[in-house]
Write a protein that binds this ligand. Structure first.
Ligand code: PRT
Ligand code: ZN
Length: 219
């Protein structure tokens, strides 16, 4: 391992859809790392770069707080967290460096099959279930629609059959999950892909060379 005080930390998803892609990308950048079983840090052996494995939802905050220099997560998560930071008066919580070529999906409304709802313009007075309440509320505000938003942390597709909401807004890639839950896809409100972000805090000079090198290699 290269011994230096100035090790770069890159946060990636611990266990999910983006994990393998992120590890592969870092390996393609030439990074060799060692990681014990169940360890949440991979230590770079040939570069002063360590990998932190965390939940994707924690990545924007770790980058914003400069705990990690770089992070990779979905644009959907970044945008939801950006709006959360903005509501607390914190602007520019991270620098979006690059969109990557994996993790493609869209955040879209979906309506129960056979319902009289089929279009976002009909959303006034309805209840929408989503894991992305801030993005949905922002959309409603921009389109001057008044609907209630109820937050689900997962399995959003079940909300209409539970009677909890008439409409959902969730991530879609193939559409198979919507079909299996007898939901019909509507408007896309956000296109998403995995993104590389950097802390908004100035990178100290002893780290800049390796941060730049890594960012260039990823590009
Ligand atoms: O544990 P952790 O919090 O880290 O993981 P997570 O469960 O929040 O995220 P994970 O691993 O499911 O997804 C990570 C990221 O992958 C997301 O934030 C997106 O940026 C991206 N991604 C790409 C997707 C999908 N495609 C996707 N299809 N994330 C989720 N889905 C889900 C969707 O929510 C729905 O339940 O897959 C289902 C729909 O898929 P289709 O193919 O049936 O349409
Ligand atoms: Zn998550």
């Amino acid at each position: 391992m290269i011994q230096t005080q100035a090790r770069i930390k890159v946060a990636i998803q611990k266990n999910g859809r983006l994990t393998e892609h992120c590890l592969e990308l870092l390996q393609q950048c030439g990074l060799k790392y060692s990681r014990g079983r169940d360890q949440l840090i991979g230590y770079g052996e040939n570069m002063p770069v360590d990998i932190l494995l965390v939940r994707d939802d924690d990545i924007p905050g770790l980058v914003r707080d400069d705990v990690c220099d770089l992070g990779i997560c979905g644009f959907n998560v970044l945008e939801e967290k950006r709006l959360a930071f903005a509501s607390k008066g914190i602007s520019k919580p991270f620098k979006l460096l690059q969109k990557l070529d994996y993790g493609q999906c869209r955040l879209a409304f979906a309506y129960p099959e056979g319902s009289n709802l089929s279009d976002a313009s009909q959303l006034n007075g309805e209840t929408i279930a989503t894991s992305y309440p801030r993005i949905v509320e922002d959309y409603l505000k921009r389109h001057k629609l008044k609907a209630s938003v109820v937050e689900f942390s997962g399995a959003v597709e079940i909300a209409p059959s539970l009677g909890r909401a008439q409409v959902i807004c969730d991530l879609v890639s193939t559409g198979a999950t919507l079909a299996a839950n007898r939901l019909v896809e509507g408007e896309t409100i956000l296109q998403s892909v995995a993104c590389l972000v950097q802390t908004p805090i100035d990178i100290p000079p002893e780290k800049t060379e390796w941060v730049n090198r890594l960012v260039e290699r990823i590009a």
